[in-house]
Design a protein around this ligand. Sequence first.
Ligand code: ADP
Ligand code: ZN
Ligand code: ZN
Length: 779
Amino acid sequence: DGRTIPVGRRPAAVPFAEVVPDIPSRSLDGTFDYAIPPELEGECVVGATVLVPFSHRKAVGYVVGVGERPQEGLAPHRILPVERVLAGPAFDQVAARVARWIAREYACPLSEALHPFLAPGQTVRVRRDGPDGPWTLVCEKSGPVDERWVSLAEGASGFVPRANASRQRQVLEALQAGPARMAELAATLPGCASAVSSLRERGVVRVEERRRVRGVEETTLSSAVAQRPSRLTRGQEEALAAIARACDAGRGDVVLVDGVTGSGKTEVYLSAIERELARGRGALVLVPEISLTAQTVGRFRSRFGDDVAILHSRLSAGERFDQWDMVRQGRAHVVVGARSALFAPLSNVGVVIIDEEHEASYKQGSAPRYHAREVAARLARERGCALVLGSATPSLESLERCHEGSWGGASWTRVSMPERPGGAVLPSVQVVDMTQQFGSGRRSVFSRPLEDALLEVMGRGEKAVLMLNRRGFANFLMCRECGAVPECPHCSTSLTYHERTHSLVCHSCGRSWPVRAWPDPSTRCPNCGSRYLGAYGVGTQRVEDELRALLPPDVEVIRMDADTTRGKGDHQRLLERFDGAERAVLVGTQMIAKGLDFPEVTLVGVINADTTLKLPDFRAAERTYDLLEQVSGRAGRGERAGRVIVQTYWASHPAIQAVASHRRDVFLSPELADRREGDYPPFSRLCNVVLWGRDALAVRRSCDAVAARLRERLDGVRGWEVLGPADCLKARVKDRTRRHVLVKAPVGSEPGELLSACVTEADVRRGVSVAIDVDAYDL
Ligand code: ADP
Ligand code: ZN
Ligand code: ZN
């Protein structure tokens, strides 16, 4: 099979291995050569995990290259041998190149950049008990599991058990239906083991070990089946043609499928994958973790069956290993997963697909702090395949690159799919100005129009979705009458309120203002003079309670938030309840905005649209726009038209207006102008250097030192700017003080190495940790 990863194939004589020791240290970066002893030849290949001697100790390391000669300047006889091979190959030469790029680009050690490529659930460390004690390996492995299967042997039909052998008869009856797991047989027929073994001795049944594959999800949702449409829309045809061209060009060309919600992007992905499979190549499909529900998974499975492997964080370690191993063995050629699916051991890739490419969750928050879109673009170039990005609200970065037409040596093409198939229309959007509602003295979380619409829709026996926008809320002071939130005059980011110091703080430049008065009721809004200022917050529980009071008792009210989805499968169960209900309202946080496809939903309500507008983040408006557009897209996906009601204190904001008019440009033009003006992405690369530790003073001094070093290097250099130091938005986490410095770098620069160098050169105190975040998201 041409699609399997070449495991253990090697050229004739390969006596040296280039190894990356896994030693957590920022200063140690690089690879080391080791001799491959004859007995390990063939096993010690690229991608293998090995045990090597390393400066008077032993270390676990990863083989990133093999060759006939060691690196320059080393006499072959001085080179130490690899001691053991601990695990088989997890990545190939191309993946190793991508890892090197990640290490450079995101300023992390190569060993850290290799971690995502390793087999899931298999970590090996070395430990020494005492200074002279023996070295021991600590393995946390969840490797493959074999299980015993029992089946009828050929020619078994003639066998009749003796009258007193009732267990044997029961076993044979059970096996009439097909082979069974030994464990299952034993559960239903206790003590059947001896019956099985005597049947086996007589040649009536066969017992064999089979590799067990864990982690296959099942669902009863009807929408989880991808019906093959009788014909594609024009937009879908155009998108597929562009993708085919990109696949055939074989140089990492990118196609941005810019399709409104419900325009059939998933069908485009499925068709593109089918084409690649027919040509003997596989596919990597990334979806946001949160929309990786059985619904999404089911669509891929219904088209490709067992050729699909699923990788996401809700699987157990064993399940993840099995799914990963299926890919490595070449038994699954389509990988569907969260961002880590990028690192699956699929070497013959025809297309990489990122659904909802604008999602912030594609940026990893811990080391290596990569962005899946950027790694995918690199991977697609290295593998000579295509990259498909899909979204109803593409990121400004991707739109800008398509506007340029090419980026990083590949072409970027945007294909728009402005229509829903089958004549379904986009929902009508009504914006409700909550400041007016407040004037009329309403205390409900629902405005009059939303309340009326809910009653109407339930009266017709349809379904509704209500979203509560909850991110980063209570830390703001907001005027209940005009919705104003105080902003920093220097950075135009929203100021956050700090209870402890009674101050308003800017998290970009570090300036702060005392709010002596708050929560003294004499404080007035700087914008309109109103006295009704306060931290304003509503929980999903409150919305649920009000709904139950409002609606007839037989309407199902289903709440979906962090509290109700703790357990494995909770998410799925709630969706199935919603799917099965006669008439129902689904209330939830952001997690309900994405990917749900329920044709009976005709009303979508947004309780508070503007909370994300007030985040001290230059992407606040973009995130709000994305979220509102996504959640609106849940309405009217079937035959009946949909309706969206957006409650807001900031009705005039371009992000809200754009959603209301279905015209992205209303938001995009002023937003791009602001970003250009302020040198924010996509017109710069924003990097965040974060320092934290228990000793607040040490953190402060170290952060000052890093900022000073950065300024020495960068002041006056065109296109670079250093901001801060300032407290992080979360200034204290787990008793650690957190400060940061922001650096804006020009597009096309490679800031990783420079930032690393500055951090290394600065006087960072003991006990203070540093993280360098290139292309930062959460500031
Ligand atoms: P998106 O991912 O763009 O939001 P989906 O892929 O979920 O949209 O498609 C929305 C609905 O339209 C799905 O129920 C899908 O089965 C259906 N659909 C997709 N393509 C077609 C088509 N060409 N003809 C008819 N229905 C289609
Ligand atoms: Zn006001
Ligand atoms: Zn500021």
